[in-house]
Write a protein that binds this ligand. Structure first.
Ligand code: SF4
Length: 194
């Protein structure tokens, strides 16, 4: 758990179905600040909630499920904690930062499970086509992962009020990604490198 400005960030796991070339989990950059984000073990739901209370969740701007790892690798903990957040702090905005492979990981469409729990999903697009995605993100599920990400984002629109695609500045063909986002009817955000 860590704070950035008024927002609280929950790190549920180090696990991820990608090995992105630019990820701070990779290589020499996984030291310093990143090192402190690495979990020795995955926290229980109650531990996450206790940390939220301790860190003043009642007064924070937004609670974000984020990484290091991919939050949907622990779908039950993710939805369990989100449900508790909505119960304990009604009206709290909850965001999910995801690689968009949650349904691929679970082997079913998980997007309905976010109904009423997640207010915003930021889905990492990272590339404009499957081949570039596989090269940059090195997904364990291979080139098919890209279509799964697009499918997740499209389906999530029915269950999450705000769905945004994102790319890392300088790591993707921005105009091609903008075209793709437009076709999907989703906004595209360009984020800075970590
Ligand atoms: S999807 Fe995110 S956590 Fe996973 S390897 Fe890529 S940047 Fe790292």
């Amino acid at each position: 758990m860590y704070r950035v400005g008024k927002n609280l960030y929950i790190n549920l796991t180090n696990r991820c179905s990608n090995r992105c070339a630019f990820c701070v989990r990779e290589g020499q950059s996984a030291v310093g600040e990143a090192e402190s984000l690495w979990l020795d073990r995955e926290p229980q739901e109650e531990e996450v909630l206790a940390a939220l209370r301790r860190m003043g969740a009642a007064d924070c701007g937004e609670i974000v499920f984020c990484g290091f790892g991919e939050p949907t690798e622990r779908l039950d903990a993710l939805t369990g904690v989100a449900r508790q957040i909505k119960s304990e702090w009604p009206g709290m905005r909850v965001r999910l930062n995801t690689n968009g492979q949650g349904s691929l990981i679970a082997g079913r469409d998980i997007t309905p499970e976010f109904n009423g729990l997640i207010d915003c999903a930021s889905v990492s697009l990272n590339a404009a086509n499957a081949r570039d995605y596989a090269r940059v993100c090195r997904p364990e599920h291979g080139e098919g992962a890209f279509d799964a990400v697009l499918d997740f984002a499209a389906k999530a629109k029915a269950h999450i009020p705000e769905v945004v695609l994102s790319i890392v500045e300088g790591e993707a063909d921005a105009p091609a990604c903008e075209n793709l986002a437009r076709r999907l009817g989703l906004p595209l955000r360009v984020r800075g490198k970590m």
